[in-house]
Design a protein around this ligand. Structure first.
Ligand code: HEC
Ligand code: HEC
Ligand code: HEC
Ligand code: HEC
Ligand code: HEC
Ligand code: HEC
Length: 186
């Protein structure tokens, strides 16, 4: 009588252990160690409550998690535009974390940047512009707390140039190129 009951109890316990195991297959184990402090821009995510904001349960970096916060970037990737249009997979390779507060998440030299990587080709007079800031300035860029963004709110010709035709000729490139404003009609 007694041993039957014990077998019954232990199989119930075993059943629940199995369920627990199936629900949480060893994931708690893997994220136990925190490798190092997060960079300043992600300072709000310090602490164990936030690991899952970037990591998946299986510890990998989940791009979808990053993009939950970085909505503007997410929209660009979906629209297949901008520098990240073909780089949506391995965020952690270019933006590694846990290297301390002062570590810069973006390691690049804007002065040595191939603009065609953005999908927007600088042609004509645009190739001779000496400073990125002539086009990527505060008025046309989204505000960032820590650094400057190279996204543009508006990339149409008329965002940066006076529209000599006051809205009557909306598709500038039907007549103009970036060489100069003269129009070769004949
Ligand atoms: C802001 C996003 C972010 C948060 C929050 C975050 N991590 Fe990470 N973590 C990363 C990135 C990015 C990498 C680098 C991945 C790579 O190199 O591909 C990483 C790597 C790791 C690694 C692997 C390190 C290695 O050397 O292989 C571990 C372990 C880890 N994180 C644990 C944690 C734990 C634990 C927490 C919570 C306390 C946490 N992380 C919070 C972004 C984050
Ligand atoms: C091949 C390297 C590379 C990969 C992969 C990459 N990035 Fe970037 N990221 C950059 C560079 C370079 C910049 C600076 C230029 C720019 O803003 O596009 C940048 C800028 C950013 C910015 C700042 C944009 C702003 O203006 O606010 C965010 C946020 C970002 N990346 C997130 C991500 C996320 C999320 C992923 C994965 C889905 C990712 N990156 C994949 C190289 C990369
Ligand atoms: C003639 C104006 C002009 C100049 C000069 C210029 N850019 Fe751009 N840049 C643009 C436009 C327009 C886009 C496209 C923005 C879009 O598609 O929303 C762009 C896009 C970018 C992007 C991608 C942003 C994204 O959406 O992912 C980066 C990064 C960038 N530029 C960096 C630079 C750097 C670095 C320099 C200087 C070396 C520079 N640009 C000079 C006009 C310019
Ligand atoms: C909970 C929201 C959140 C999550 C999740 C998150 N970020 Fe961020 N990230 C931010 C904020 C906030 C900033 C600072 C923006 C500013 O300067 O205004 C930032 C800034 C950045 C920057 C720009 C750094 C610079 O120097 O300009 C990069 C790159 C970046 N994050 C990449 C990532 C990647 C990759 C992941 C996923 C591993 C990720 N972020 C996850 C909120 C988040
Ligand atoms: C249907 C053709 C057409 C379209 C479309 C068009 N333009 Fe023009 N634009 C002209 C002509 C023609 C001139 C005079 C050119 C000349 O003097 O050789 C001109 C001249 C200009 C000038 C020089 C004015 C000056 O005072 O020197 C600017 C700047 C200009 N256009 C901007 C734009 C912008 C911005 C757009 C788009 C919003 C646009 N144009 C669309 C035909 C066009
Ligand atoms: C993000 C800003 C930006 C965008 C978008 C842009 N330009 Fe420009 N463009 C500039 C700047 C800055 C110069 C340098 C001269 C100046 O400061 O006005 C310039 C110079 C030019 C010039 C040489 C004549 C001049 O005004 O100095 C032409 C022609 C021109 N752009 C045409 C275009 C056309 C056509 C488009 C759309 C296809 C376009 N631009 C989109 C910023 C921009």
């Amino acid at each position: 009588m007694k041993s039957k009951k014990r077998i019954f109890t232990s199989s119930i316990v075993g059943f629940f252990l199995l369920i627990v195991f199936l629900l949480f297959p060893g994931q708690k184990q893997e994220l136990k160690e925190t490798p190092g402090e997060l960079s300043r821009v992600h300072g709000e995510l310090a602490g164990r409550d936030h690991c899952g904001k970037c990591h998946s349960a299986a510890k990998e970096i989940e791009p979808g998690n990053c993009l939950n916060c970085h909505e503007e970037l997410s929209r660009r990737i979906k629209a297949e535009t901008g520098f990240h249009r073909d780089k949506q997979e391995n965020c952690g390779v270019c933006h590694p974390e846990h290297n301390g507060k002062n570590h810069r998440l973006i390691q690049w030299d804007p002065a040595d940047f191939d603009h065609s990587e953005t999908g927007y080709y600088l042609s004509g007079a645009h190739q001779r512009i000496t400073s990125c800031d002539h086009c990527h300035h505060g008025k046309n860029s989204p505000l960032r707390k820590y650094t400057k963004s190279f996204f543009l709110k508006d990339n149409r010709c008329s965002a940066c140039h006076k529209d000599a035709h006051r809205g009557n000729q909306p598709v500038c490139t039907d007549c103009h190129t970036t060489k100069d404003w003269s129009v070769d009609i004949w």
